[in-house]
Design a protein around this ligand. Structure first.
Ligand SMILES: *Cc1c(COP(=O)(O)O)cnc(C)c1O
Length: 500
């Protein structure tokens, strides 16, 4: 509902029954909000109220303020979606006015809209996945491994221009294996981007190693080269270089590899590239995920392509990938009796899921285009919003816009951001804050953190950032609903600030 549509639902108490009927007919929402001059809600007026008035043969010139009726059930602006739904159910009503701290009506919730939730990023299958999965069923090659696993590994590695790939059960498993392959041992330190999902760095703990977190830079939202340089200087002074650096590519965009890789090379420390969120992205024409000694992708359900759950380790060195496969298969030696020399894991991907992956890979480029279009539509539709600052895409970078993200500009940005998130959630739109930085997580309390010069950029982005619904299967209608609600939520957040 746009601000104009909302305004059309508001009528003055002096309005006649006839005028109200005409408004109700025109707005077709089944309800009008009877408000005073200062936007305080007097009551609601529903189709039912008018029907009852007609049955009692009330004169249609009567002012609606004089009709019998009860005080409206309302909800305040901080109410959760669950609270809204509970009130609708409890009172068996289909609409619920929203009232701000000053008692003014600012919004109205409709049951029908709430039943159509809009997701942040939902799976989007193509036409070929079923054929691959059926083939796995027909040949009874369900699990483990099998021809689709080999095919998926080959096809994905070729797609990103890396020598080899090992398909595994998740992106997190892929990172765990990659750390082991880079020789991470208990007591080692590993550098990692702080602004990321915990899946990037939980595997550091699996290895018994200790994370050191590196801030991001404002122009890419990814690892800050000056912060990385100061972390290395510190590590050298301490006489303990990290065993590896995990560079994360956030929200579909590569980190600035030309600035980061030479720093790591100077210290002889290998890079593990976490490209879980950036499959399909390019950096200076080359595939994201192909820059590290080892690269890692995820096919979790919310990623740009999915196998319902899965991951991939990629590397140019065939020995590295061969060893990843071995560790992922309980570290079995080649002997009929299952000989074991070292500890392994059950991390391999099944043949059925790899079949889904092969189908998904065929639509990857299409998905990138669709996500970029989603971003472009948001940016165009909201180009007049001076408080919205979109995640930048510097020259030479091609983001997939896996998620469309922005930060709020201006005073009280965090407060206003929280208001916007609450308003969207109330309308059953799944938007989220930007990742909470790992150096702010209780799990990693005490871990060293190196900021971008004298600014903690990841905390700034976390406190003011919003990720919008960005799925490649988001319909124009759904995106229109997000844009309308966001526009209203941004205005309300500003209003709230003025009132406060
Ligand atoms: C999703 C994700 C992971 C983990 O992948 P899973 O397949 O969910 O285990 C790791 N790092 C980042 C940045 C991610 O977004």
């Amino acid at each position: 509902m746009t601000a104009d549509e909302f305004a059309a639902l508001c009528v003055q108490p002096g309005c006649t029954l006839r005028q109200a009927l005409a408004s109700l007919n025109e707005t077709a929402r089944g309800v009008l909000l009877v408000v005073d001059a200062d936007r305080r809600l007097r009551r609601t007026l529903t189709d039912g109220d008018l029907r009852r008035a007609a049955l009692r043969q009330v004169n249609d010139g009567t002012a609606i303020a004089d009709l019998p009726g009860q005080a409206a059930i309302t909800v305040d602006t901080d109410a959760s979606l669950a609270r809204v739904v509970a009130l609708l159910d409890q009172h068996q009503i289909d609409h619920l006015p929203v009232v701000d701290e000053a008692g003014r009506v600012v919004d109205v919730m409709f049951r029908r809209e709430l039943s159509q939730r809009i997701w942040l990023s939902s799976p989007h299958l193509g036409d070929e996945e079923t054929a691959f999965v059926e083939d796995a069923f027909k040949t009874n090659w369900i699990a483990p491994l099998g021809p689709h696993v080999d095919g998926f590994e080959r096809e994905l590695a070729a797609h990103v221009g890396v020598g080899h790939g090992a398909a595994v059960s998740s992106g997190t498993a892929a990172i765990h294996l990659a750390l082991l392959l880079l020789g991470v041992q208990p007591g080692d330190t590993v550098f990692c981007s702080s602004l990321t999902f915990v899946g990037s760095c939980n595997p550091i703990l699996y290895c018994g190693a200790r994370p050191v977190f590196i801030d991001c830079e404002p122009q890419t939202w990814n690892m800050s080269p000056p912060a990385l340089a100061s972390a290395f200087e510190w590590a050298r002074r301490e006489g303990r270089l990290p065993r590896a650096v995990i560079v994360v590519n956030l929200y579909g965009q590569s980190a600035d590899m030309d600035a980061l890789l030479p720093i790591c090379e100077r210290y002889g420390v290998p890079v593990l590239e976490d490209a879980a969120e950036s499959l399909g992205a390019l950096y200076k024409g080359r595939a994201s995920g192909s820059f590290g000694r080892i690269g890692v992708y995820s096919f979790n359900g919310n990623k740009i392509i999915t196998t319902s759950g899965g991951g991939m380790v990629v590397a140019d060195d065939p020995a590295v990938v061969e060893r990843a496969r071995k560790l992922a298969t309980q570290a079995r030696e080649t002997a009929a009796h299952y000989e074991h020399l070292e500890m392994g894991f059950n991390y391999r991907m099944s043949n059925v899921l790899a079949g889904i992956g092969r189908g998904q890979l065929r639509v990857l480029e299409q998905r990138v285009e669709q996500r970029r279009q989603v971003f472009d539509r948001y940016r165009e539709a909201l180009s007049d919003q001076s408080q919205v600052n979109w995640m930048p895409e510097p020259a030479g970078f091609r983001s997939t816009r896996w998620l469309t993200c922005f930060t709020m500009l201006g005073a009280d940005a965090r407060l206003r951001r929280d208001r916007v998130l609450r308003a969207l959630e109330r309308h059953s739109i799944e938007a989220r804050p930007v990742w909470k930085p790992m150096h702010r997580q209780p799990l990693f309390r005490g871990a060293p953190f190196f900021a971008h010069a004298d600014r903690d950029v990841s905390t700034e982005l976390f406190e003011t950032g919003i990720c919008l619904p960005s799925g490649s299967n988001l319909t124009a209608g759904q995106q229109g609903r997000v844009i309308e609600q966001l526009r209203r939520a941004l205005a309300l957040a500003e209003d709230g600030r003025a009132a406060a």
